[in-house]
Each structure stands twice: as structure tokens, then as C-alpha cells.
Ligand binder design. Sequence first.
Ligand SMILES: [Zn+2]
Length: 352
Amino acid sequence: MSNNEKPGILPDRYGLGAAGMPYTSLSDYRPIPPNATGSLFLPDRLEKGYHVEELNDGVFYLTSGAYDCMFIATGNGVVAVDAPPLLGDNILRGIAEVTDEPVTHAIYSHWHADHIGAAGVFGQDVTVFAHEYTREMLERWPDMGRKNGIPLPTETISTSQSIAINGVTIDLDYKGVNHAPGNIFIYTPKQKVLAAIDIISPGWSAFKHCDASENIRGWAEAHDWILEYDFDAVVSGHVNRWGTREDALASRDYTWDIIDFAKQAFDEVDDFELVERIGFSNGWVLWEDYFNDMTNYVTKQTLTKTTDNGQTWAARLAGADVMTKYHAYSILEALRLEWGLLSKFERTITGD
Ligand SMILES: [Zn+2]
């Protein structure tokens, strides 16, 4: 049966067949668990398009219901952490709702436009902290800014640095490449709030391809970096609520289950059979079938695994049935590029 005949499936609009991505519909996937909707259906978020709440002692969480950021009211000026375009001017509205203090400082977690593209709302006179790589990227591609443009970082760090703004201590930590080069963690030790952007998605599977990470192995390891902090809340940049230690543990375990199953796939999937059937005339078809077979193995094993709370990953994390295949693919590729694994057939060539 072709996609066109399958009920509930969108038609193959471009007639691409195997050359394109499959179309699906909502009914193909599991319903979202009630505890995964977070702030999405809160009356104030529905009315204003954002939700703001104090996490602890002047540290606030602000969300659009899809993108999150954080700000700190120091008593003599606000320190904004990131500025997602989907929040845009609502960042200033959310801040004005809880304090009269102006935004005097900003901190950028990393250079990706979906998290700092609205920083122009702070004006060009703010003091901006970021990793030196973030500044390098923003200088190289300044046209990604919206409104008045993204203010360039004025204070850059290369590893980790603790700063104090109006007496509020903020740790800016960089342990090496992770989701993106230069992606720093921002931690307020007194308030025990951590902003670690684009690593976990509380209650949910991460977005496609390990949250579109530039380095998969570093992204995976960063789950453990989160757990090294003593935090009561983690702001993660995505979905609709802030996260707990339990959320971080679940994301860590889910990620490392995918990695473990992906390592298994290198022994499970026999590419000798594929070489025999497909030959070498179109190497991309060979790789396509090899990766698809391994990806499907990893996806099946991961989604059906019973986790430590008795639920499968498919039931436990919202959207896992949508996204696991993309994480599986990215991790399989990373196992080749960043871990150095080879297929069975390749091992006969290298003698490994
Ligand atoms: Zn990012």
C-alpha cells in the first residue's frame, strides 16, 4: 500500500517516493501525556502568549510554551539569559510584569539564532557575556539578528568564570564543545537555578538529531555535566516547563540507552548481506539501507525498553515516538565519526 492509500497519512505532495521523507499525521503517534503539557494550557500563557514565574529569590523563568529563557532581577538591573525570537517583545513584557528594573546585562548561552535572535529588544547598550566562540560567530554572520540586531558580546570567556552583578553571583561554565561550540551553562549557586540550553527537554524527547547538535558526543556527555550541579530547577530552552533533577536523569538515561543500542547495532546489522544484494554501483543506496536498518533497530529497542519507573521510553517521554529515529541516526553517525566505530564489512578491510 502506498502512502497515498493509507488513511490518516498526508499524501506524497511532491511525488518523491523513496527520495523524500515520509509524511505522517497526529494520529500516527501516541497522545501527549498530561504531565508533559507544562505551561502550554495555563490561562495566563494562553491569554498573553507567555508565562513568567519566579524560581527562587529573583531568578525568573519565562516561556512562550515552546521556547524558554531566564532572567535575574538583581535589585539594581536585570540580567537576561538568552532572548528567543518566539518570545520577542514578550521578554520585556514578562520582565516588566515582575520588576521595574531595566535590563542592564545579558548572557548568551550560545550563538544559535533561535535562542538569542531577539536580543535586540535589550537595546545596544547592554553589557553582554558570552563565550568567545559565540562572539566570533556573531561577528562572522551579523545579519542573523532581528529588530536592531543582536548586540555583540562585550565580555567573553573561554573556559569557566564566576561573575557578580550587583552582588548576585552567576557562574558561567564551559567544559568544552557540546550542543554547539561555546554553549555555556549559567548557574546561580545561591538560588540553585541552572540554565543549560539545548541539552534536555523536560518531559519530552529532544528535538530532531539530538537537538540539532553540532557535536553529538559532547551533547551526550553534557547530560552528566548538568547532573554535577546542585540545582532545584534547570531552564533548558525548550518545551513548556522548567526541569527537575528527575527530568535530567530521564534525559540522560534515554540518551545513553540510544547510544548503547546504537553500539549494539554495529554488531547486529550485517552489511555483508547488503553488499551482496546491492553491490557497489550506487554506494549511497548501500549506506542508506545500512543506516536505515541500524536506525530502525535502535529505534525499536529504545522505544520498547522498560525503564526504571516501569514505563517504556515511548510512554514516558512525550514525542519519543516522533523523534527517537532522528537521535538514533545522529548517534549512529557520531559513533562512526566521534567514537570511531566501523561496520562489520569495514572491519575486514582495516583488520580491526
Ligand atoms: Zn542551539
